[in-house]
Design a protein around this ligand. Sequence first.
Ligand code: NAD
Length: 324
Amino acid sequence: MAEFENNVAFIGLGAMGYAMAKNIRQKMSPTGNLYIFDVFRTACERFYHEMQVTGPVIIVGSPREAAEFADTVISIVPGADDVRQVYLDAVTGIIAARRNPERVLLECSTIDSKSTQAVGEALLVGKLGTYVDTPVSGGVPGAESGTLSFLIGHGKPSDTNSVSHRLHKVASMMGDPKKFFYCGGLGAGLAAKISNNYLSCSILLAVAEAMAIGTRLGVDEKLLHEVIHHSTGQNFMADNVQPVPGVVTHAPSSNNYRLGFKTQMMIKDLGLGVQAGYATGITPTIAEAALRVYEKAAVDPRCIDRDGSSVYLHITNPTRKSPE
Ligand code: NAD
C-alpha cells in the first residue's frame, strides 16, 4: 500500500463521516495510522472504541494536528463556516500545520463553490497541499456500504497527474468508482452537487405534497406509490426517501424518520441552489418555493434533527407543534 494510504486524517465524524471513516479504517493497511478529529469529542471516543481493533486510531486535538501527521486528509462537516474553521483558523486550522505540498486534502462537505475556491487557493499558496472539493452523494446508506458517488473538482485521473491518481484511490475506499465524476477545476464538483441537490430537495417536497393530496382524495398510500413508480412521476426520492411512513420499508419515514439528511440541512442545500441560481442569472423559482416550506419545517419540533422527509408531518398538519 502506498504511503499516502497509511497516514490518513479524518475530520467530522457525523452521520456521513462516521461511516466513511469506518470504511477508511477497514480498508487502509492494518498498521497504518488513522488520525481523527471532531468538535464533538464523544463521536471520536465512540469511533476509537469501535474501530481500534481494526488498526491504530489516534484522536487528535485539532485539524492542525491531524494534518501535521497525515499525508491524506478527508473532511466532512456541516457548512462553509465549519470548513473555514477546519482549514483556515490561524491557530487550530490546517493552514497552521507543517508545510507539505505533497499532502492531498479531500473536502466532502456540501458548501458553495466560492468558499471552497478561497480555501483551496489559501492552502496552495501556503504550500499546505492540494485541496480538492469532493462532495458525495448516496446518503448514510451509501456511506455505510462504501458505495458513495464522488463529484470531484479536478481533472480525470491520468498517469502524469499523481493528485488525480491519489484522489481516485482514496475515494475508492469510500465509494464506487463507477460513480466518480471528474467535473473539472476547483469548485466544479460542488457546482454539480448543488445542481443535483436543487432537484433532490425540491422533488422530496413535491413527493410529500403529491402523496398527501392523493391519499386525502381517497387512494390507498401504497397503491399511490405503486402508481407513481410505474408512471411519469417515478423518481428516486419517492422510491427511497418516501415521506409517508410504512410505504417503503427502507425509507427513513418507516423508521421514525431516522437520519438521513436533517431537515435543517435541506435549508442549507436549497439555499445554495437559490444563491447559485441568482449568481448565474437563473431565477430559482422551484427552490425558492421549497425553501420557504423547509424553513418552517426546520423549526417544527416534529422535524428538527429528523430526516428531511419529516416535512410530510409538517405539511399534513402545519399548526400542530408537539413531537410525534
Ligand atoms: P452531521 O451534522 O451529522 O455531522 C457533521 C459532523 O461535523 C458532526 O459530528 C460535528 O460535530 C462535526 N463538526 C462540525 N463542525 C466541525 C468543525 N469545525 N471541526 C470538526 N468537526 C466539526 O452532518 P452530515 O449529515 O454528516 O453532513 C455533513 C456534510 O455532508 C454536510 O455538508 C452535508 O450537506 C453533506 N452531505 C450529507 C449527506 C447526508 O445524507 N447526511 C449526504 C451527502 C452530503
